[in-house]
Design a protein around this ligand. Structure first.
Ligand code: ADP
Length: 380
């Protein structure tokens, strides 16, 4: 009975849903592979959760790209203009950042200037293009930031939704998977926890982006918060907490806290304590810190493993001896264990003999965009 369980056994009952077997991740892979095929086929595309959009990018950089290109990186507040000079393997980049003036932000959007727009690039594709310039084995791009998305190079023969110049070479195209929407049809429900359901219910897009909600930076902190809140209410964490404590406010536990807490390596829990102070948790013990860190490790590991299952699905599909995956995004950059956890799980899930490397990609939205324009001109 519950009375006979130790405190740790009780905590375990509230978090065990985050610990998934190898078989569970293999099931995810089989489902994802199937759904990717659905997205690629003309007959099933409309119904598929994963849209597998063909981009217009038909080749990766081969090092022969030359010329001067402007790349415009338009973020939420900043606008970065880059002049990228490509000369074989040498790349020279000059850039200047502008604040977007209010009158432009709220304007009609019809002004802007005398340049020929050659390519409009999303972050996953830019990340892939940027890394592929220096690495011939790179054919997959992954974003682990606010959202989670992946793209990869696919053979045109496999792309039923391809409508353009059928036989034009090269017979390949980058596919923007938009895999964050995987699970929207309920197929991942077997691995979702009550916390995932709650997070989804209170999100701005209930029922949507189910895989993304289990992985990306926009949500990870909130999942941790929901678990900590539950453990606190069950009397298993923090002896006395004010009802007004920020721990009970939605969205107040940032994903960067997860990185900070997991970066604590000794029993002093310096970062963890700082986070708890920021949240105005009045009193906590070293044991509380240990539990908070434990919860973070479980939730970030599940995220890393799920992303790994997605990558392993792509690596197996492409079936190349050596594959480099270009990765960008703050979650991947700053979380202390994400890279290692992903490598560990991918190794477990890919076909024997296939080698892979995860490599941090730089400046996908600048250098990657310029390279995309250069490749497009090369193929004209
Ligand atoms: P975007 O994906 O919006 O282009 P980023 O790659 O910087 O930009 O990702 C932003 C996301 O990364 C936010 O959701 C934020 O919570 C998360 N994030 C920011 N810093 C960290 C960190 N140190 N560790 C983990 N996640 C972080």
């Amino acid at each position: 009975t519950t009375e006979q369980l130790t405190k740790y056994e009780k905590i375990e009952t509230f978090v065990k849903g985050f610990k998934l077997s190898g078989a569970a991740y293999k099931r995810v892979m089989a489902l994802l592979h199937q759904e990717m095929n659905n997205g690629l086929r003309k007959q099933s595309h409309t119904m598929a959760d994963i849209k597998m959009f063909p981009t217009f990018v038909r080749s990766l950089p081969d090092g022969s790209e030359k010329g001067e290109f402007l790349a415009l990186d338009l973020g939420g507040t900043n606008f970065r203009v880059l002049l990228v000079r490509l000369q074989a393997v040498d790349i020279d980049i000059q850039s200047k950042t502008y604040l977007i003036p209010q009158r432009i932000m709220l304007g009609t959007g019809t002004q802007n200037c005398k340049v020929e727009i050659v390519a409009v690039v999303n972050d996953a594709v830019g990340t892939l293009m940027s890394a592929a310039h220096g690495d011939r084995n790179c054919e997959i791009g992954l974003i682990l930031g606010t959202g989670c998305n992946a793209c990869y190079m696919e053979y045109l023969d496999n792309v039923g939704t391809w409508k353009n110049d059928e036989d034009h070479h090269p017979k390949q195209v980058i596919i923007n998977t938009e895999w964050g929407a995987f699970g929207d049809n309920g197929c991942l429900d077997f691995m979702r926890t009550e916390y995932d359901t709650e997070l989804d219910t209170f999100s701005i897009n209930p029922g949507k982006q189910i895989m993304e909600k289990m992985i990306s930076g926009m949500y990870m902190g909130e999942i941790v918060r929901l678990v900590l809140e539950r453990l606190t209410r069950e009397g298993l964490l923090f002896r006395s907490v004010d009802r007004e404590c920020a721990l009970f406010e939605r969205g107040r536990f940032y994903t960067k806290y997860v990185s900070e807490i997991e970066s604590d390596t000794d029993e002093f829990f310096r970062n963890t304590k700082q986070v708890l102070d920021e949240l105005h948790v009045e009193s906590y013990t070293t044991e509380d810190c240990k539990i908070v860190k434990y919860v973070c490790t479980l939730i970030s590991a599940r995220a890393a493993f799920l992303a790994a299952a997605g990558l392993a699905t792509l690596i197996n599909r492409l079936n190349k001896q050596d594959m480099t995956i270009a990765v960008d995004g703050s979650l991947y950059r700053f979380h202390p264990r994400f890279h290692n956890l992903m490598c560990l799980k991918i190794k477990e899930l890919v076909k024997p003999g296939l080698k892979f490397k995860l490599s941090l990609s730089h400046d996908g939205s600048g250098k990657g965009a310029a390279l995309t324009a250069a490749v497009s001109l090369r193929l004209r």
